[in-house]
Design a binder for this molecule. Structure first.
Ligand code: SF4
Length: 277
């Protein structure tokens, strides 16, 4: 959940999620659509499907437990090198090289003397991170946590607090006079994007307790059918009006819906569209 989403937005969803599904087997026992529904508006909802799929693998292959080694973690759907290293390090105390955005920025500034790390993680950065990691398990975990926190709280992207920084005396970027970055990072656009339309479509399906007819979802028909028992019509209508307020062109709506269907975040039955059963 924390990949690409800030802690303040994740926390309430995570708490509800863990109260409902305290163990991987609890999540695996429910349809994947329930994971997408509970994901709420955290964004990048394919992560919900991956978590559900990972819970199913943990239930089937690991006695319902989260595996503790980097190699085992990599067998879980949606888990890549970074997540495997972070879980093995922080949850299981193993010596793993954790490299996230914050750590990369601290390494770039303090060690390499650049304002920003490369646009994408490269082999030289990984070699540097491996070479900096202390030898012992406990020391390596403390190192990973410390550098990550330094990047999150002190050596921030926009306004590094060098005057308060505990490594200021050894920082290559500060010593070099804070040279400007050699590229301009791309901002993440949102308004008007397919991602925004996908999110709005998915919000309608999350609120709907019954399949939503395609013509209604696409804005070709104005009225919703009579609500089924238990249907939260007010919330569904609110989500629907937000979707249609975007005034997305029909082809963009179709493209966004096709993407949701292809990613199995939604499915179409003879009565309409819904979250995966
Ligand atoms: S001195 Fe400034 S740039 Fe260097 S690591 Fe500390 S906060 Fe970052």
């Amino acid at each position: 959940m924390l990949q690409q989403t800030p802690v303040v937005r994740v926390l309430p969803v995570w708490e509800q999620w863990m109260a409902r599904w305290p163990a991987p087997a609890d999540l695996a026992a429910e349809p994947s659509g329930e994971a997408v529904r509970a994901w709420g508006r955290l964004g990048y909802p394919r992560r919900a499907l991956r978590l559900h799929a990972a819970a199913s693998v943990m239930a089937a292959n690991f006695d319902g437990n989260v595996p503790g080694t980097h190699a085992e973690l990599l067998t879980l759907p949606g888990v890549g090198n970074y997540t495997a290293a972070a879980v093995a390090s922080f949850a299981f105390g193993r010596r793993e090289t954790v490299v996230d955005t914050n750590i990369r920025r601290v390494h770039a500034r303090a060690v390499t003397g650049r304002a920003l790390p490369a646009p994408a993680l490269n082999a030289a950065e990984m070699r540097l991170a491996v070479s900096l990691l202390p030898a012992g398990d406990a020391a390596s975990v403390a190192w990973n946590a410390s550098v990550m926190e330094l990047g999150a709280l002190v050596c921030t992207a926009r306004s590094p607090k060098c005057a308060e920084c505990p490594v200021a005396g050894r920082c290559a970027w500060l010593a070099a006079g804070k040279p400007a970055p050699d590229y301009v990072p791309k901002g993440q656009s949102w308004a008007g994007t397919d991602r925004q339309v996908r999110g709005a479509l998915l919000a309608v399906l999350r609120q709907a307790a019954a399949p939503v007819p395609r013509a209604v979802l696409m804005g070709a028909a104005d009225l919703l059918p009579a609500p089924a028992p238990g249907l939260e019509l007010a919330a569904e209508l609110a989500a629907m009006s937000k979707l249609h307020a975007l005034n997305a062109p029909a082809e963009q709506l179709e493209r966004a819906l096709a993407g949701l269907l292809a990613d199995r975040l939604a499915e179409e039955t003879h009565t309409g569209l819904q979250l995966p059963a």
